[in-house]
Design a protein around this ligand. Structure first.
Ligand code: BGC
Length: 825
């Protein structure tokens, strides 16, 4: 038996993360046993065991919370021992280290005052080479930390994007190896990020969180003899200008390394931000580097790099230009008529400008990112050497846990495109899009995509941070959920939120995490937010008119009003569906957590919504009077239809009548699941507009915002708002995992402790192979049409149990191990 994936709060060896309620998890591999007979957790501080569960049959490998009293800035070791029911045994160790845990800071907030994008610096000496050192640091907006000229970490866009007015995330870095005896230099580069500058609807020189840049840090250096030296930010620090002349998330950056530097003494300050807390965000890094596919010379005479893939991040390139030359890169997603286009970026300039000082160097932006496939080069020597350019794919570093390969090329491309859209938009916040003047954590998009996201990647920690922010934002508005989280637009617009299907992210995402990861600690953290949202909705007399709604956003069933983006499904109907859904999920979550009173209240609300919906939206013959595909899909999926068979027929008739899907953001994720298998595959495999494969046919490498973001000629459609990297419609991937490959987590034993296996094979696809690194280990589901018949395989990990339903009607309960079937076709 081997134990792997030892995590605390879903992080391996976390350093300085929020560990107030530590939850321990592990995966058992290579065991002769089927399940855990007992496990034991021990936690050590130095050599002292501070907690020992003893051998216990109830410790849950998906998440066991221990009531530890932890000290700040302290490293703990932990050991897990597991004995299997077959008699084998495994043991493994890991560690975690606490951050400042709210202790008083020695460092003070310091700022370069009016100077923007400046560098804060401090020179100091050390009597000897340090044994170890940690730095605790955060900044408003973004910062990059260098020690003796070297980056303190490979993380970028620190401290992340969150509700700064409520809390600031503190990072902890291990930096001993960067320090030396005698002279040392610490530098903190600052940029506006989402705090200051143009973000959301703010004017160019406006700000959302703080009008000036600032940082706070505490470097603690330990000598071999155990003596501690603390270098903290204070008024002895200096600032100087950096080469960054302008930095903006939407517009990009301008660098001028040869410009005259100014410098001065820093000011102590008290930025209008929330409390300093240990971080929750998984690190954002350049997780991949790619070379350009080719260099293009367009009919307009432009020189354009084609990366061959729509991606998010930036370009790192070699500068070797004479002094005074300006080099400029502009980023775009599409060529129109063979020429570079940025027609879909709205006001975002998305550029990187470098004014050469004649020194040859490697250049890359610091505090921005771009969504691009094509890069227009200006000012570079001719011929351009493609080898001088590398693209850095920047996103939250999450383990990619799921993959599907089929015998259908178009489908494989679609699956890859979904993954690329997730990589591109899971950048600390689940953003709607990465390229235009938006890039915000739209709650509706995140909610409809969450299930797919959790199959594709381990999103437990990523969503934990997003949901923590959502809870913070709700406290500003009586439980109401803003349209975007963090709500970095409060200064300019006032609070905006409450939209149906968007605000419901508060209930849907925690429940999705529970289904996929089975960690009660996550659910417990979010229950107050679920409840607050449910109560906010319950307190509206008429939710449908209480705020701005986005309806079934971008649905195609309102063609007679081309500018209308909310679709035809009645908003009142959507409100009842989602009020029911969120209340029902809250009832279940409360039940799991033993909150009986809340569970009863939530269930009563849910029942009330269901009854009202049936009274108001179904005629006496059981016909749904809101005649849209999305209305049928929601009524069926949520179990709200009094006559499901009839609603199912209604849905098929509507699809037939249109000849294709017409669903928007809210109907699309569940559409295929509510259609009979044959009809579902017809929509999935359709290549004409509108469909998923239409965009694949047109060469898409990510998921588009609209079904017709591009027209057949490869140009942006006239609808406006055409992101080519918008994951919402990529939610179809959940259907591929759940139904095509048949792997579905079950609420009765989440985290794949018990799961359903009910694949729906289709001969046109030939085969489907799904691998999923579930929290219990790898699940493999495979079906393949062969001469001898349909062969199927399921590999079940240790500790898991399966309810299998085969296409020939056979049913079985399966345990860990490999199971093979051959079906006659
Ligand atoms: C975003 C969406 C979002 C929507 C709200 C758009 O501008 O890009 O994805 O959900 O607004 O309707």
């Amino acid at each position: 038996m081997r134990l792997d994936h030892l995590c605390v709060n879903h992080f391996r060896e976390p350093l300085g993360y929020d560990l107030q309620a530590p939850s321990f998890s592990w995966i058992v591999l290579e065991s002769i046993s089927e399940r855990q007979a007992w496990a034991r957790l021990q936690v050590f501080r130095d050599v002292d065991c501070i907690y020992d569960t003893g051998e216990s049959s109830v410790l849950d490998s998906l998440g066991t919370e221990l009531p530890l009293e932890l000290a700040p800035r302290t490293r703990y070791r932990w050991r897990v021992t597991v004995r299997g029911d077959g008699g084998d045994r495994g043991e493994a160790e890991s560690f975690f280290e606490t951050g400042k845990m709210g202790e008083v800071w020695k460092g003070r907030w310091i700022s370069p005052g009016e100077a923007r994008n400046a560098v804060l610096e401090k020179r100091f000496t050390l009597g000897e080479t340090p044994d170890s050192a940690r730095i605790y640091i955060t900044g408003v907006g973004f910062y990059r930390l260098f020690l003796n000229g070297k980056p303190a970490s490979d993380e970028v866009l620190t401290p992340g994007l969150n509700a700064y007015d409520r809390w600031m995330q503190v990072q902890t870095f291990e930096v001993g190896h960067l320090l030396q005896k005698d002279e040392n230099l610490i530098e903190i580069w600052l940029g506006g990020g989402i705090s200051r500058g143009r973000f959301s609807y703010t004017e160019a020189d406006g700000y959302e969180y703080c009008p000036y840049d600032c940082a706070i840090a505490e470097l603690r250096v330990l000598s071999a003899a155990g003596e501690e030296t603390v270098i903290a930010t204070d008024d002895s620090w200096r600032w100087h200008t950096s080469p960054i002349v302008e930095s903006s998330i939407y517009d990009g950056e301008i660098w001028d390394p040869g410009r005259e530097t100014e410098s001065g003494a820093v000011r102590l300050c008290q930025p209008p931000v929330g409390s300093l807390r240990d971080r929750l965000s998984p690190p954002v890094k350049a997780v991949m580097e790619r070379n350009p596919l080719c260099l293009l010379h367009t009919p307009r005479g432009e020189t354009v790099l084609d990366m061959g893939q729509n991606m998010v991040g930036w370009i790192r390139f070699r500068v070797d230009a004479p002094k005074g030359r300006t080099l400029r890169l502009q980023f775009g997603e599409q060529l129109e008529n063979g020429c570079f286009s940025r027609a879909n970026l709205r006001t975002a300039k998305a550029a990187f400008t470098w004014r050469s000082d004649g020194v040859s160097r490697i250049a890359e932006p610091f505090f921005t990112w771009y969504g691009f496939r094509y890069v227009l080069l200006e000012g570079f020597d001719d011929p351009v050497d493609v080898a001088d350019f590398t693209s850095c794919v920047v996103c939250s570093q999450l383990e990619e846990t799921g993959s599907i390969t089929t015998g259908h090329e178009g489908l494989n491309k679609l699956i890859q495109n979904v993954l690329w859209s997730q990589r591109g938009n899971f950048l600390d916040v689940p953003t709607d899009c990465p390229q235009r003047d938006e890039r915000e954590g739209w709650t509706g998009d995140a909610q409809v995509f969450a299930d797919t996201a959790c199959y594709n990647m381990d999103c437990a920690a990523f969503f934990t941070k997003y949901m923590a922010d959502m809870g913070e934002e709700q406290q500003k508005a009586d439980g109401c959920v803003p349209y975007v989280v963090p709500f970095a637009r409060n200064r300019s617009r006032g609070f905006e939120g409450g939209a149906v299907g968007w605000g419901d992210a508060a209930a849907v995402i925690p429940w999705t995490l529970w289904l996929h990861y089975g960690d009660k600690a996550l659910l417990k953290r979010q229950l107050p937010s679920m409840r607050a949202w449910m109560e906010w909705v319950a307190a509206r007399k008429d939710w449908a008119t209480a705020c701005r709604h986005f309806g079934d956003w971008l649905a195609l069933d309102r063609q007679e009003e081309p500018g209308e983006r909310v679709g035809k499904t009645d908003v009142g109907f959507l409100c009842l569906c989602y009020a029911f859904y969120s209340a029902a999920l809250t009832a279940q979550a409360a039940q799991v957590l033993g909150e009986e009173g809340l569970s009863r209240r939530a269930q009563a609300l849910a029942d009330g919504y269901r009854d009202k919906l049936r009274r108001e939206y179904f005629d006496p013959a059981g016909e749904l009077i809101c005649r849209t595909q999305t209305a049928c899909v929601l009524a069926l999926h949520l179990g709200l239809s009094p006559e499901p068979a009839q609603t199912g027929r209604q849905l098929c008739a509507l699809v037939d009548e249109a000849g294709h899907l017409t669903t928007g953001f809210l109907g699309t994720p569940w559409l295929l699941a509510e259609l009979p298998q044959k009809e579902a595959y017809e929509l999935l495999l359709r290549e004409e507009y509108p469909s998923w494969l239409y965009e694949v046919k047109l060469g898409a490498t990510t998921i588009w915002e609209r079904w017709n973001s591009l027209t057949e000629d490869g140009c942006f459609s006239e609808t406006g708002m055409n992101s080519l990297n918008h994951y919402a419609y990529g939610s179809v991937a959940a259907w591929l995992y759940r139904h095509m490959c048949g792997v579905q987590p079950l609420a009765e034993a989440p985290g794949f402790r018990i799961f359903r296996w009910e694949p729906k094979p289709d001969e046109r696809i030939g085969f489907a192979l799904c691998r999923l690194r579930s929290p219990l280990g790898e699940i493999r589901s495979e079906w393949r049409y062969e001469e001898k018949g349909l062969s199927m395989l399921l590999a079940v990990p240790f500790g898991s149990e399966v309810r299998a339903a085969l296409p020939d009607g056979r049913k079985a309960v399966l345990g860990p191990g490999e199971h093979r079937f051959l079906l006659r076709v």
